[in-house]
Ligand binder design. Structure first.
Ligand code: SF4
Length: 518
């Protein structure tokens, strides 16, 4: 029957907010909400089991919240048996419902991923339906406004854009519109390491799986058992209520020391002073405005120092907004970039953490157990290793999306392919993030418990990062030599004599051969 419903509102897996603009004009008598768990959602990237549970459980909780509030929701659950739904993709499931419900129009919040937006647009055309794509209110900036800002600039620079957003939205400004604390950026005060084991950190709240989550866990155990990661520690917030509790817990207990130890790492401590809210934030269980407001309030009330509050807010309104803008401005070509011509697959221990390199083993404990690593483990351990090893940046990105609960394509391409692997040749970062074992040794206690020596460059006991680091600079000498920010490292490379370089190259070759043989 044509025109049975007015609008079919598509809610994607990462759009779980009842205050989203798609609900503003919602008429409960004429409109319906459509949500679907699909095989494709779990397998487009070879997703961590915990991530699959997280997405589907949060969706089911949101569906129930909507139903309680009187919304009519058509929801497709994946069942434990594949034969029940034959692994259909988003279009297949949606088309069936369009043919059954005959909506006049499709409405969706702008998808995070470029490809999903293209696919929905194509589907609407094929079905001869109009599709309203509404602005995503879970960002301070719009894509149009980011483009306007960027059009007047020569290149991308996070700091300029960050200050622009701070000024425009009046964030952490004095009454005279100056930055609070007398500076825009306290990055230099975000780099302390621990002298001894940190003992007074209150761990983030852990949320026990309820019946809905348990049901999804059983489904994922049966259906996606060959996927990576563990389900033994599922404890993420699956509803807005829980996400708010996690945010408040961070503001109260960990924000204060967050800034100082933002870059530090320690054995057996995956979360330290980090908030762990990113997964909930990117499913839109939280809005960045409330996150920033709470952090700013903590500063004004004297509960947290400026280096912590500014460092935290910089991640939200600086980095998160910036990379989203870059993603939409540079897609679709961005996903194909490989500036350094890297060709390796991610090594096998990136899936299970089974390696004698202690820094990687420790970082992977969080990834395998919680689908989480904090930003320095991501950038300066796992990302650094992958860069030096020569992993293809798109493969690293695919691994990154698969293994982190907070990673979506728009998050991961600029972060993983760009910032971490320098695959974009300097669009996001002005130089590759390279370092030897020295950095990891300075910022953690990992090297003390490692079978390798951080001080040796060659030989069986030498830290693999060292040979890989010099080998990386050597291999990419021509591409990096003109980069002003690489001057210091390239000068040091040039001081190495032929014999030392020969040993370094040989050690790097042997290590890579061993890893690529699994
Ligand atoms: Fe990592 Fe090397 Fe330190 Fe071992 S010695 S923990 S491999 S940086």
């Amino acid at each position: 029957m044509a025109g049975k419903y007015r609008n079919l509102i598509i809610i994607l897996s990462d759009q779980l907010d009842i205050n989203s603009p798609v609900f503003e004009d919602f008429d409960k008598n004429q409109d319906i909400i459509w949500m679907a768990e699909t095989q494709e959602e779990a397998t487009r990237y070879w997703n961590h089991k915990l991530k699959i549970v997280y997405f589907f459980s949060a969706m089911r909780h949101f569906r129930d919240e909507l139903k309680e509030k009187g919304y009519r929701v058509f929801y497709h659950e994946l069942s434990s048996a594949k034969s029940n739904d034959r692994g259909e993709d988003l279009e297949a499931v949606l088309k069936k419902d369009i043919h059954m419900r005959h909506p006049d129009k499709l409405v969706v919040t702008q998808p995070g991923d470029f490809a999903i937006q293209e696919r929905l647009t194509k589907l609407a055309k094929e079905e001869d339906l109009s599709l309203d794509i509404l602005t995503d209110s879970h960002f301070y900036d719009t894509i149009e406004s980011f483009n306007d800002f960027q059009d007047s600039k020569k290149g991308y620079l996070l700091e300029t854009y960050y200050r622009h957003l701070r000024k425009r939205h009046g964030i952490l400004l004095t009454s005279g519109d100056e930055p609070e604390g007398g500076d825009w950026n306290f990055d230099k005060e975000n780099r302390e390491s621990f002298n001894q084991a940190p003992s007074d950190i209150k761990a983030p709240i852990s949320f026990r799986p309820d019946d809905i989550t348990e049901e999804v866990i059983q489904m994922v155990r049966k259906r996606f058992d060959d996927h990576p990661g563990s389900l033994d520690h599922f404890d993420l917030p699956v509803s807005r209520k829980e996400a708010l509790r996690l945010l408040n817990d961070f503001i109260e207990h960990r924000l204060k020391a967050f800034g100082k130890y933002q870059d530090a790492m320690w054995t057996g401590k995956p979360f330290l002073y980090h908030s762990r809210i990113s997964a909930a934030l990117n499913l839109k269980l939280l809005n960045p405005r409330e996150v920033v407001e709470k952090a700013e309030d903590a500063y004004h009330e004297g509960d947290a120092p400026i280096n912590s509050v500014e460092g935290f807010i910089r991640q939200i309104i600086g980095w998160r907004e910036f990379i989203r803008g870059v993603y939409w401005r540079e897609m679709p070509g961005y996903a194909k970039m490989n500036h350094l011509g890297a060709q390796h697959d991610v090594p096998s221990f990136f899936w299970d953490g089974d390696t004698d390199m202690e820094c990687i083993h420790q970082s992977m404990q969080g990834v395998v157990g919680h689908a989480y690593a904090h930003h320095i483990q991501r950038l300066m351990v796992l990302g650094l290793f992958s860069l030096l090893y020569g992993t293809h940046p798109r493969k690293f990105h695919e691994w990154h999306v698969a293994m982190y609960a907070d990673a979506h394509e728009w998050v991961s391409l600029p972060n993983a392919l760009g910032m971490s692997q320098y695959g974009d040749g300097g669009i996001v970062g002005t130089k590759p993030y390279t370092a030897s074992a020295n950095y990891i040794n300075k910022m953690s206690n990992y090297c003390k418990n490692c079978r390798y020596s951080p001080n040796q460059k060659t030989g069986e006991d030498a830290c693999p990062f060292n040979a890989l680091y010099w080998d990386f600079l050597d291999r990419h000498h021509d591409k990096l030599n003109d980069n002003r920010r690489m001057n210091f490292q390239m000068k040091n490379l040039e001081k190495k004599d032929d014999q030392e370089m020969k040993e370094i190259r040989s050690r790097a070759r042997k290590l890579k051969k061993d890893w690529s043989n699994g």
